[in-house]
Design a protein around this ligand. Structure first.
Ligand SMILES: [Zn+2]
Length: 82
């Protein structure tokens, strides 16, 4: 879950892991650690038609979630760093 500085959608005020509630490290509005930002847009054939869900996970909670997958995540080398 993230809160931006007023009137600035690029500069974060704070970001909190939705799973464990830990506030992640920020420096000048930029996250200083690994974070997974999830977004689901639910359409007509779902039970949540028209809803958009957003959440953030710290790296540890991401690992706990994906570590429970029957089929592991696909891992590729990242050639461009943000
Ligand atoms: Zn967490």
């Amino acid at each position: 879950m993230r809160q931006y500085l007023e009137g600035n959608k690029r500069s974060l005020k704070y970001i909190v892991c939705n799973q464990c509630g830990r506030e992640m490290k920020l420096e000048n509005g930029i996250v200083q650690e690994g974070v997974y930002s999830g977004e689901a847009r639910w359409g007509y054939f779902s039970q949540k038609d028209g809803e958009r869900h957003l959440f953030d996970l710290c790296e540890e909670c991401y690992g706990n979630l994906t570590g429970g997958f029957l089929i592991p995540v696909t891992v590729e080398d990242e050639t461009e760093f943000l």
